[in-house]
Design a protein around this ligand. Structure first.
Ligand code: C2E
Ligand code: MG
Ligand code: MG
Ligand code: MG
Length: 288
């Protein structure tokens, strides 16, 4: 796109670029039809309380079952949906579907689950965001504190005063707010303390080498204590090994999410995990 390539930055056209541009065009056209053709699906990844070892909630992650390409990862179409504005109806579908699912699991006696939903920048600044979230909660009958909205640092820091206004309105509804991929953006600590947020999610890039890289270990330990000083909960993303889990538990991290416990799975598989009462081995409730 013209904006990204500077004036003096000549681009030579190659067959590979042509192929990419074509794929993009195709995806964009297909994306427009995908909602009405019900090609989207939410997968759920458990969030596990590190004190009890139990699933206390889940993150809803969108999947696109493309008729020709198969499963398309969100990294390949969320940006496109954002640019075309399709993210607004798509995001509304995600919020509604996730809330309905959480409520239905609660009603089935599977626990007071909290569902986390990712918001895109465009959704966050939509004029009627707060009203539409309120409507969804009312229609689904889900308690507001059971919905968590995940935002990124750049969304919050882009225009801090405006973000604070939106966050206050959301907090007024009683929903929870978390900062996703925390540590990869440019949050100012001065602003962080002014934002009405509830949860920091430690980015998986810091968790990956936690047990071998002392710098990453120091960063994670610092984020945990920062969160707790600000009276926020802290959850680690991308936990894949027992060593990472042990480190996080030893450092007082509240919860975790990652392949070590489970990948994001379709709703029926998630429900099976809940019914089995799947727990983390070595947790308090197992020891006791
Ligand atoms: P995210 O919100 O930071 O989600 C975490 C990503 O890490 C997910 O990728 C998840 O599958 C993956 N993950 C979880 N545990 C592990 C692990 O142990 N190891 C590794 N290597 N990865 C792990 P996914 O589902 O491909 O989503 C990628 C991103 O797409 C999300 O990052 C989020 O920014 C965006 N996204 C997903 N669903 C939605 C949605 O409904 N709306 C919006 N606006 N964005 C979404
Ligand atoms: Mg997320
Ligand atoms: Mg993340
Ligand atoms: Mg709050």
């Amino acid at each position: 796109r013209a904006k990204e390539t500077g004036r003096n930055n000549y681009q030579f056209y190659t067959p590979a670029m042509n192929e990419r541009a074509l794929e993009r065009l195709r995806l964009e056209g297909d994306l427009r039809l995908a909602l009405e053709h019900r090609q989207f699906e939410l997968h759920y990844q458990p969030q596990v309380d590190l004190c009890t070892g139990k699933i206390h909630g889940m993150e809803a992650l969108i999947r696109w079952q493309h008729p020709a390409y198969g499963m398309v990862a969100p990294a390949r179409f969320i940006g496109l949906a954002e640019e075309t504005g399709l993210i607004v109806p798509l995001g509304a579908w995600v919020v509604r579907t996730a809330c309905m699912q959480a409520k239905s699991w609660q009603d089935a006696g599977l626990g007071e689950l909290r569902v986390a939903v990712n918001l895109s920048a465009r959704q966050f600044t939509q004029k009627d965001l707060v009203k539409s979230i309120a409507n969804v909660l009312r229609e689904c009958g889900l308690a507001p504190h059971c919905l968590e909205l995940e935002l990124t640092e750049s969304m919050l820091m882009d225009d801090v005063e405006r973000a604070i206004g939106i966050l206050r309105d959301l907090a007024g509804l009683g929903v929870q707010i978390s900062v996703d991929d925390f540590g990869t953006g440019y949050s100012s600590l001065a602003y962080l303390k002014r934002l009405p947020i509830d949860v920091l999610k430690i980015d998986q890039s810091f968790v990956r080498d936690i047990s071998i890289d002392p710098d990453d270990a120091a960063i994670v330990a610092t984020i945990v204590s920062l969160a707790h000083s600000l009276r926020l909960q802290v959850i680690a993303e991308g936990v894949e090994t027992a060593e990472q889990l042990e480190f996080l538990r030893d450092h007082g991290c509240d919860a975790m999410q990652g392949y070590y416990f489970s990948k994001p799975v379709p709703a029926d598989q998630f429900e099976a995990m809940l019914r089995q009462g799947k727990c983390l081995a070595g947790s308090a409730n197992i020891a006791g």
